[in-house]
Design a binder for this molecule. Structure first.
Ligand code: PMV
Length: 312
């Protein structure tokens, strides 16, 4: 049996603007993971793959799935990448603790876990850059026009500074910091928010370009703060980023409540994370205040909170 996994992720700064060429920062969330498990099975045709994903009630042979199904796609892409050698009948079982459609990278983590498990089981583990490129192809199904930040951060499992079309920069930081993630409980498919922003950008390019530029500058400043250990400056930068995300129309009343709650309970700054219109918010919190902020978020309606330490 071969088992592989990949973490969840959260976008710290720069979502949406990153689709328009500006920089963004994302970090892994290792408290939640997707796992893929491969076992050889008997008594079936050579090379057949049976796929089980209990959380989405999927129990099918690969050939029964539409080729554009994300799981079918990542399996085919992986087999193609390793030259589709002859292999015994296999069972692929996928499990995940990452909430879906909430900005935590669940689809991406599943793709990466499958690439890793399958290529390793078949004796040809793929380099990280290739894993990321394969997951990016599947992102196109989830996202339409993905920037590539999700597959990069999940593959490298490190905080990254990302500009579309460039190799991600692993962010080195000597000062770890704590994030609290609060889930509004409202699923929000990334394509909906990304398409909404695209339409608004087409209607008013100067307004949106100015917002994207300002968001990109915040991401650049945050990069320097992280690398130089000026963690106390991250909260105010998050608040500025949130104001701009409000301006481009991707916040929501529920996100606003959780963001305000976190700040009132002691977070030094907070913002939505990912596509917005639902999903998760994040807050940067002094370690002494984490319990207070988490409790306040749950009382204010967060269906789930997670605590993660960002370090390299
Ligand atoms: O997958 P999410 O919800 O974290 O959103 C990804 C971030 C976007 O900038 C909105 C889209 C992208 O491809 O970068």
């Amino acid at each position: 049996m071969t088992t592989a996994s990949a973490p969840g992720k959260i976008i710290l700064f720069g979502e949406h603007a990153v689709v328009y060429g500006r920089p963004a920062i994302a970090v892994p969330v290792r408290e939640v993971i997707a796992t893929a498990e491969i076992t050889d099975i008997n008594q079936t045709t050579h090379g057949q793959i049976h796929i089980e994903a209990p959380e989405i009630k999927l129990d099918k042979w690969l050939h029964e799935l539409d080729p554009d199904h994300p799981l079918a796609k990542i399996v085919h892409l992986t087999l193609h990448a390793i030259g589709s050698p002859k292999f015994p009948p296999l069972r692929l079982r996928i499990t995940s603790t990452i909430p879906v459609s909430s900005g935590l990278g669940s689809g991406t983590a599943v793709s990466i876990a499958v690439v890793r498990a399958l290529s390793t089981h078949l004796g040809q583990p793929l380099p990280l850059q290739r894993q990321s490129a394969l997951a990016f192809e599947v992102e196109k199904i989830h996202h339409g026009t993905p920037s590539g930040i999700d597959n990069s951060v999940v593959t490298y499992d490190q905080p990254i500074y990302f500009v579309q079309g460039e190799e991600p920069e692993i962010l080195q930081s000597e000062t770890p910091f704590t994030l609290i993630i609060g889930d509004t409980g409202q699923t929000s498919p990334t394509t909906v928010a990304v398409n909404q922003v695209r339409q608004a950008w087409q209607e008013n390019p100067p307004k949106y370009e100015a917002a994207f530029e300002a968001i990109g500058q915040i991401a650049s400043q945050a990069r320097r703060c992280i690398m130089e250990g000026r963690i106390h400056e991250l909260g105010p930068l998050m608040n500025q980023n949130q104001t701009l995300l409000e301006d481009i129309g991707v916040s929501s009343p529920e996100l606003r409540v959780l963001i305000e709650t976190a700040c009132t309970a002691g977070a030094s700054g907070a913002k939505l994370s990912g596509a917005g219109l639902g999903g998760n918010m994040i807050a940067v919190v002094d370690p002494d205040d984490t319990d207070r902020v988490e409790i306040a978020l749950r009382e204010a309606g967060a269906v789930r909170t997670l605590r993660t330490e960002v370090s390299t």
